[in-house]
Design a protein around this ligand. Structure first.
Ligand code: PGA
Length: 241
C-alpha cells in the first residue's frame, strides 16, 4: 500500500497526480466515488482539462453507487453528480458514463445488470474511493460481506446523518436504500485510490488500514488488494501517525 499524507491545500493536486499516473492513456476506465472528498479532485481535473493540459474525453466512467428512488435529473442523485462534476467538465459522452439507475422499477435487477456492465467494460483501471466515518466503502455498510457484489442495501443511520448535508440538512430526506457495488466488485478494480480528509475519518481510516480485515469495517477489505494508494490529509491520518 502506498501512502501519501499531505497538507490540506495539496490534497487535490496530489490526488489528481496519483490518479493520472496510474490511469492508462488510451481509453481508460475510471471508477468514481461521489462524496464530498473527491469533489476538489474532480475540480482539479476539470481545470486541467479546461486549460488543455488533460484529455480524458475517451474515458469510460463507472460510479460506485446510487440512491434508490432518486431520478437521474434530481441534482442530489449520483447520476447528476457524475455528469456535472466529472463527465461534462471532462468532455466524456453520456453514453460512456455508467451509474446504476436509482428509480428503476426493480432495483435488484438494476444492481445485477450493473455488475454485468462493469464486467463488460473490461473492468475498472483506477477506482477512486472514499471512506465513511463508520468505515463503509461505497455504500457497503458495516456488516457487508467481504465477497459481496452489486446489490441493494439499507443505509445506516450514521451514513444518512453524514449525507444529510447534501439534502438541505434534512436526514429524513436522505433515501433509506441504495444500489452499491459490492466489496468483491470494488476489489476487482486494478488499482484503488483511497481518499480521506478530515478528522471525522481518522478512526475509520486507522481501523481500515491497521485493524483486522473484517466485515465490521468494510474498507478493511482494501488490505487484501495488491495495488492501493492512500492520499490522506494530516487530520485523517492523525490516528495512524
Ligand atoms: P465523503 O464520503 O467524501 O462525503 O466524506 C465518503 C464516503 O462516505 O465514502
Amino acid at each position: 500500500m502506498n501512502v501519501t499524507v499531505v497538507d490540506d491545500d495539496m490534497f487535490a493536486t496530489t490526488a489528481a497526480a496519483a490518479l493520472l499516473e496510474r490511469l492508462p492513456s488510451a481509453a481508460p476506465t475510471l471508477g468514481v466515488a461521489t462524496g464530498g472528498t473527491p469533489m476538489r479532485v474532480y475540480a482539479e481535473l476539470a481545470s486541467r482539462s479546461r486549460h488543455g493540459e488533460l484529455d480524458l474525453s475517451g474515458a469510460t466512467v463507472l460510479a460506485l453507487d446510487e440512491y434508490v428512488g432518486l431520478d437521474e435529473r434530481d441534482p442530489r442523485s449520483y447520476t447528476a453528480y457524475v455528469r456535472s462534476r466529472v463527465a461534462d467538465p471532462l468532455g466524456i459522452p453520456v453514453a460512456n458514463v455508467h451509474v446504476p439507475q436509482g428509480n428503476g422499477a426493480d432495483p435488484a435487477a438494476v444492481a445485477q445488470a450493473f455488475e454485468q456492465r462493469i464486467a463488460e467494460t473490461g473492468g475498472v483501471d483506477v477506482q477512486i474511493a472514499g471512506i465513511g466515518s463508520n468505515g463503509h466503502l461505497a455504500f457497503n455498510e458495516p456488516g457487508s460481506p467481504l465477497d459481496s457484489t452489486t446489490r441493494v442495501v439499507d443505509l445506516s443511520d450514521q451514513t444518512r446523518h453524514d449525507n444529510a448535508r447534501f439534502f438541505g440538512g434534512r436526514v429524513d430526506d436522505v433515501p433509506r436504500r441504495a444500489i452499491t457495488q459490492g466489496l468483491a466488485t470494488i476489489g476487482r478494480a486494478r488499482c484503488i485510490l483511497l481518499l480521506a480528509a478530515g478528522r471525522a475519518k481518522a478512526d475509520a481510516l486507522a481501523a481500515a488500514l491497521r485493524g483486522p480485515v473484517d466485515a465490521s469495517v468494510p474498507a478493511s477489505v482494501l488490505q487484501q488488494h495488491s495495488d492501493v494508494t492512500v492520499i490522506a490529509d494530516r487530520a485523517a491520518w492523525s490516528r495512524m501517525a
